[in-house]
Design a protein around this ligand. Structure first.
Ligand code: MRU
Length: 348
């Protein structure tokens, strides 16, 4: 259906001094917003993954700092800034792997140097957070614009985790590419991995695509290579939580085996992300992989499926080396191989 925007969810909104986000832990059963008035509520929503997806976490983290600033109505400006600094650091520590959170919170914090009285901090920071929301939304549509030509009419696209409206300001990153191809009139269907342990694929990707009328089928994470082996996947498109200057892509755990399978079976493997996901300074050896609570692996829907005396490892992300990536779709265009050289030329 050309021209019709396939994007019916608004994951974050600011209403009369209150930050509202869709509670993603309740999906797909219930579509409800959580209302937040304090920075601590924002930190805990990010930690508990009511809000998740690197670009969305960035936007929401920025507004979290606005909420902290709005509590400071008067008093000494330098004291106010050091209080804000503490709030910023504590927000940033909630999810260490994705780079967008730090990027957005630092950008909003920097806005505090533009005011000359504590009373105007809240308004100034709010302007910056609004700008980030606006720019991230534009970036998502540009990713769709640059990525859509990579998808052919009739393609089946495999995606992992949720890199859709629910992971961004809306419209998505990987799913922006799919949405935009569909809006151009192409027939595209999606295979979504369920994405253990927290099932972002089944709970969120399947939810938002089916809601928007885009054909989607679920698979177990372990079925991806078998489907590629029998030619059932034309392209892989995934999101990213941090892309290094070398082209290493940090994304939801389970991305690396999909990239390995895609390389082996000659399926193009694309990563879609806004420029705010680029980290041109960190070395791959220093990327912190968040290790989450082992109960996320041991329990499913609150029920234990393993012996009581057995523990679990729960790394939340993996790192795909650049040689497995066909191209990176950004809001400034598609970066092809050799990634490091082209990233330097485009963003360095
Ligand atoms: O742990 P999550 O759900 O916050 O994981 C992040 C992701 O959604 C994915 O890794 C995604 O591909 C990057 S965000 C568009």
């Amino acid at each position: 259906m050309p021209g019709k925007s396939r994007d019916s969810l608004e994951p974050v909104r600011w209403k009369n001094g209150v930050l509202e986000v869709i509670d993603q832990t309740r999906l797909p059963g219930r579509l409800v917003y959580v209302r937040m008035r304090t920075v601590d509520q924002v930190s805990s929503a990010i930690r508990s993954m009511k809000v998740r997806g690197a670009p969305l976490i960035g936007v929401v983290g920025g507004y979290g700092l606005v909420l902290a600033a709005l509590k400071i109505r008067n008093g000494d400006l330098s004291q106010a800034r050091s209080r804000l600094r503490k709030s910023a650091d504590s927000l940033i520590s909630t999810r260490p792997t994705g780079v967008n959170l730090r990027w957005a919170v630092e950008r909003v914090f920097k806005a505090s140097s533009r005011v000359d009285s504590a009373a105007t901090l809240g308004d100034e920071l709010r302007r910056e957070a609004d700008a980030i929301l606006r720019e991230e939304l534009e970036a998502a549509h540009k990713i769709g614009h640059f990525g859509a030509p990579l998808i052919e009419d009739g393609d089946t696209v495999l995606t992992h985790c949720n890199a859709g409206s629910l992971a961004t300001a809306r419209y998505g990153t990987a799913l922006a590419v799919v949405r935009s191809a569909v809006e151009d009139g192409k027939n595209v269907s999606v295979i979504a991995t369920e994405t253990r342990p927290l099932l972002q694929g089944s709970r969120l990707t399947a939810f938002e695509l089916s809601r928007d009328g885009i054909p989607v089928r679920l698979i177990c994470d372990s079925a991806a290579a078998q489907l590629m082996a029998r030619g059932a996947v034309d392209k892989v498109v995934v999101g990213a939580d941090r892309i290094l200057g070398t082209g290493h892509v940090t994304n939801k755990i389970g991305t690396l085996p999909i990239a390995l399978g895609a390389k082996f079976y000659d399926v193009p493997f694309y990563v879609a992300a806004p420029v705010s996901t680029l980290d041109l300074v960190t070395d791959v050896s220093r990327v912190v992989i968040e290790e989450r609570d082992q109960r996320e692996v041991l329990l499913i829907g609150g029920r234990r499926f393993s012996p009581r005396n057995v523990g679990a490892l729960n790394p939340a992300f993996d790192i795909t080396p650049p040689e497995l990536v066909t191209g990176i779709v950004t809001d400034r265009g598609v970066v092809g191989q050799p990634l490091a050289e082209n990233i330097r030329a485009m963003f360095g």
